[in-house]
Design a protein around this ligand. Structure first.
Ligand code: SF4
Ligand code: SF4
Length: 348
């Protein structure tokens, strides 16, 4: 799962999805580097499935779905890399795309912790913000806590009974052991089952609010694929209920991060990938370091109108802001993308 962005440290950095929903105020000087890249025909954000392997078998995992990639090959069938080939391959992607932010997802990224141990300091030295999303199924090296540009996010899908059923072997007991000494984001993807009980999300927020390792708690919403019928998928009524409940949970538990910008995005998600600033700003690459994932990190045919991606929602709401009260940021973004693509064609 793992397709969210993590909290940043306090240093001022260029705009990236991490910043949009972390509470850091976005300024013109933050926007400029990303905009500069867009105007030069680049997508400023990169998402990499670092490995095809994962010891978990979560229900509702889209990464291993038949349509996640191009429909011809699945993530498990891809040839992935390890050792020097992986480290050098990712550094080559970073040099090629010049991203301001990289999301490292899986499979389970910690399966490649040895390579990450070498790679993360190098990406930090290149000035690239890295979000690493993990199940915490194995210990997170303590040295990583000192990497300034690294933002760790741990996926925890509900309270222990439900989470442990869904995400074994990354059980609560293991997670609590494996995150010791870190300060990270706890990220919960809300599924329909979690709405059955009024106080479920409160209990979740209460548990993680007591844990010193949890710097913040984020809730995203399960994003289905077209035609999907699953126990996880929220109905429109569920979504309305959730968006009434979430601000109350956030009001009771300060670690729950739900800025207005994200709530607005959840209330009015993009209607298609073409409208999604996050999808349009992000290059998503799978474990062979070649195959693209489209239209966004979910792959396949995600239902944008039910999108629960926290990054997409935050950027969608920002896109509705009007500069000088006149031009919506989204219009400026679309124009910039066109200019960038034309510039890029001319330059090649
Ligand atoms: S932990 Fe593994 S199985 Fe679970 S959602 Fe993530 S990639 Fe899929
Ligand atoms: S709005 Fe659509 S394209 Fe954008 S992240 Fe959500 S599902 Fe993907």
């Amino acid at each position: 799962m793992h397709r969210v962005c993590a909290q940043t440290h306090t240093a001022r950095k260029p705009l990236c999805p991490t910043r949009v929903y972390t509470g850091d105020q976005v300024t013109h000087s933050d926007l400029l580097p990303a905009w500069g890249r867009i105007l030069r025909g680049h997508r400023p954000l990169l998402s990499i499935e670092i490995t095809r392997e994962c010891p978990l078998r979560c229900l509702g995992c889209y990464a291993y779905g038949a349509d996640h990639l191009d429909g011809l090959v699945t993530l498990r069938q891809l040839q992935d890399y390890r050792g020097d080939d992986l480290v050098n391959g990712i550094l080559a992607l970073a040099r090629r795309y010049h991203p301001i932010h990289i999301s490292i997802v899986g499979g389970e990224p910690l399966v490649r912790w040895r390579e990450l141990d070498r790679l993360l300091p190098k990406l930090d030295a290149m000035g690239i913000e890295v979000q690493l999303v993990t199940s915490a199924v194995r210990p997170i090296p303590i040295a990583w806590a000192a990497i300034p540009a690294l933002h760790l996010t741990v996926s925890v899908d509900g309270l222990p009974p439900e989470h442990d059923r869904r995400r074994a072997p990354a059980t609560y007991a293991r997670i609590l052991q494996n995150i010791a000494g870190h300060s990270l984001i706890i990220h919960c993807t809300v599924t329909r089952q979690m709405l059955a009980r009024d106080d479920y999300l409160d209990e979740f927020a209460a548990f993680w609010s007591r844990r010193s390792e949890a710097r913040k708690i984020w809730f995203s919403i399960y994003t289905p694929q077209e035609g999907e019928q699953s126990a996880e998928r929220l109905t429109p009524a569920d979504r309305r209920l959730l968006l009434e409940r979430l601000p109350q949970v956030a009001a009771r538990f300060p670690k729950v991060y739900l800025p207005r910008v994200v709530l607005d995005g959840y209330l009015r998600p993009p209607q298609s990938p073409a409208e999604c600033i996050f999808a349009q700003s992000t290059t998503c690459i799978s474990a062979d370091l070649e195959t693209g994932i489209t239209p966004c990190q979910f792959g396949g045919q995600p239902v944008c109108r039910e999108c629960g991606c926290i990054a997409s929602s935050g950027l969608a709401a920002i896109g509705r802001y009007a500069i000088a009260g006149l031009i919506p940021v989204s219009a400026l973004f679309a124009a910039s993308r066109k200019i960038g693509r034309a510039w890029s064609r001319g330059a090649n």
